[in-house]
Design a protein around this ligand. Structure first.
Ligand code: PBG
Length: 327
């Protein structure tokens, strides 16, 4: 090679040593940016593994507290609670009942860790309905938006009375954030925040979650969750949520929607969360179990990519473990 052919610009210089790479790293990933989603099952006497999510279980009330404490000790600053009731009904009554499993679990967790961790709860009916939809149904089987809003308002107030810090409406009903905000305020819970699932897409990657909450859903959620072909619509949904009083917005799923995550991050002026969902977890776990990918680097690369795309906060089933890897 003659001299003039040699490159003058050499980006590799900034990759020469670990210290150099650390120095110029653009993206940070810290335990405090992670939220651990947890499932708690009513009446359970021992934790029950979820086969499609190796390493994740339906907790008992006791083991839930252990998991929360362990997460807090690892530096995790948020947990997202999901309840699985013993009995499901068409109205999802267990979600509104102050003695329902989710509200009981919120009280337990607050009593255990107080304000050390931000306690969040799924505000949605699908874990509690026998038909598995996120809302109540009309006589001909459609999800009834406005009737569902009334249920969400009551559910939000019940969660706030139990002490939750952030309610997380995930049902994609129109107007849900405004109705929940008004209900919280009129019940005196002005400090209870709303983490709104702003852009939430109908996704095949929720598969393992159905097992996690014993869902009996027939059909799909395409009349309320978004169409995966639409990114502008995701931005619009997030903006509507902010307008209605959302304190934070979420994009979900994460990996197949990193472009939407970036667009939402650029469009709103509140913190943005992304949910690294059950199917995304299962893909990595399954490939790693087969020896096809190197598990720990794959986990960290996944979470880093979600941060790089614009997430301030990441919900991930790996939260506690990832916090350990980041130490
Ligand atoms: C609805 C809800 C779902 C998830 C979180 N909240 C399921 C759905 O919308 O179908 C999925 C989370 C995951 O897959 O990890 N309550």
């Amino acid at each position: 090679m003659s001299d003039f052919e040699r490159p003058v610009l050499r980006p590799r210089r900034l990759r020469t040593t670990p210290a150099m790479r650390e120095l110029v790293a653009e993206t940070t990933l810290r335990p405090s940016q992670l939220v651990l989603p947890l499932f708690v099952r009513e009446g359970a006497s021992e934790p029950k593994p979820i086969s499609s999510m190796p390493g994740v279980v339906q907790h008992t009330r006791d083991t839930l507290l252990k998991a929360v404490t362990e997460a807090a000790e690892a530096g995790i600053r948020g947990v997202m609670l999901f309840g699985i009731p013993e009995v499901k009904d068409p109205l999802g009554s267990g979600g509104l009942d102050p003695d329902g499993i989710l509200n009981v679990a919120i009280r337990d967790v607050i009593a255990e860790v107080g304000d050390a961790v931000v306690v969040m709860a799924d505000l949605c009916l699908d874990e509690f309905t026998d038909h598995g939809h996120c809302g109540v149904l009309t006589p001909d089987g459609q999800v009834d938006n406005d009737a569902t809003l009334e249920a969400y308002a009551a559910m939000g107030v019940a969660q706030a009375e139990a002490g939750v810090h952030l309610v997380a409406p995930s049902g994609m009903m129109d107007g849900q954030v405004a109705v929940i905000r008004a209900a919280l305020d009129s019940a005196g819970h002005t400090d209870t925040g709303i983490l709104a699932y702003g852009a939430k897409y109908a996704s095949a990657f929720y598969g393992p979650f159905r097992e996690a909450v014993d869902s009996s859903l027939q059909g799909d959620r395409r009349t309320y969750q978004q169409d995966s072909r639409n990114a502008l619509e995701g931005v619009r949904e997030a903006l509507l949520d902010v307008e209605q009083g959302a304190d934070m917005v979420m994009v979900k799923p994460a990996l197949a929607y990193l472009d939407v995550l970036r667009q939402v991050r650029d469009a709103v002026d509140v913190p943005v969360a992304a949910y690294n969902i059950s199917g995304e977890y299962a893909m990595v776990e399954a490939a790693a179990a087969n020896g096809w990918i190197d598990r720990e680097p794959a986990i960290l690369e996944t979470l880093t990519a979600i941060r790089r795309a614009g997430a301030d906060v990441i919900l991930t089933y790996w939260a506690t473990e990832a916090a350990g890897l980041l130490r």
